[in-house]
Design a protein around this ligand. Structure first.
Ligand SMILES: Cc1cc2nc3c(=O)[nH]c(=O)nc-3n(C[C@H](O)[C@H](O)[C@H](O)COP(=O)(O)O)c2cc1C
Length: 218
């Protein structure tokens, strides 16, 4: 049977990152609730950033896919690899800080590699149509200041942007677990642990129900 595939993106450049701690607490709690074997693909794109997209890759996006492959084949290989990791994932976990009201550049670069015309979405006269199946996506996000407050104290380009960028490929089941105001905490890791425990009590059970294994054998 195909293992249950988890793709984990760690987007902070920091070694002792609060967002990484948060996501691992959630993962530790989710793992025993998943039937069968779990295959974890971990991408530390914050600490080991993906290269910036190349001119060849940008040019290739303007071409029909067959022509793009013929002309730029080898230069699409990183994108192909990242897309296939995403395609096979039954669960996408993203651990990320807020950087200047939105996602860090490292995560934006990953998005630029996976949001691909004729691969993960197609363009139609009516607009963009997704090509990937939906799958549960959990975003563990931490911020130094007062993000995600109502009324807002900082503009939120983070959640609307991620909803749009993941949604264009078909990933619409996106949940956020957020810990904010860490710059005002003397013990940010304790604050993260408290937030993780709160989600485990309030959100874990419901989120676990959304986990479905793809039935394709491998
Ligand atoms: C370049 C940069 C920009 C930041 N911008 C914001 C911001 O707009 N709003 C905010 O609340 N915190 C901001 N922060 C603070 C981080 O979100 C905060 O330190 C977070 O907890 C870091 O997560 P990490 O430990 O996973 O790296 C910024 C930090 C950096 C390094």
């Amino acid at each position: 049977m195909k293992p249950f595939d988890i793709l984990l993106l760690e987007c902070s450049p920091r070694t002792d990152a609060t967002s990484t701690r948060l996501v691992h607490r959630l993962l530790d709690a989710l793992r025993p609730r998943i039937d069968g074997k779990v295959r974890l693909t971990e991408r530390r794109i914050g600490a080991e950033p993906l290269p910036p997209i190349s001119a060849a890759y940008a040019e290739s996006l303007l071409l029909p896919i067959a022509e793009a492959r013929e002309r730029y084949g080898a230069e699409l290989s990183l994108s192909d690899e990242l897309v296939s990791e995403l395609e096979r994932a039954d669960l996408l976990l993203i651990a990320t800080p807020v950087h200047n009201f939105t996602i860090p550049a490292a995560l934006k670069t990953w998005i630029d590699y996976v949001v691909r015309r004729e691969v993960t979405f197609k363009s139609t006269p009516q607009g963009k149509v997704d090509l990937l199946r939906d799958r549960p996506t959990l975003v563990a996000v931490t911020s130094g200041g007062a993000m995600f407050r109502d009324p807002p104290q900082q503009p939120d380009f983070f959640r609307p942007y991620l909803h749009a960028a993941l949604g264009v490929m078909g990933l619409n089941s996106v949940r956020f677990v957020q810990t904010t105001g860490l710059a005002f905490s003397d013990t940010p890791m304790n604050t993260v642990e408290t937030a993780a425990r709160a989600w485990l009590e309030e959100g874990l059970q419901q989120f676990t129900r959304t986990l479905r294994r793809e039935t394709v054998p491998s």
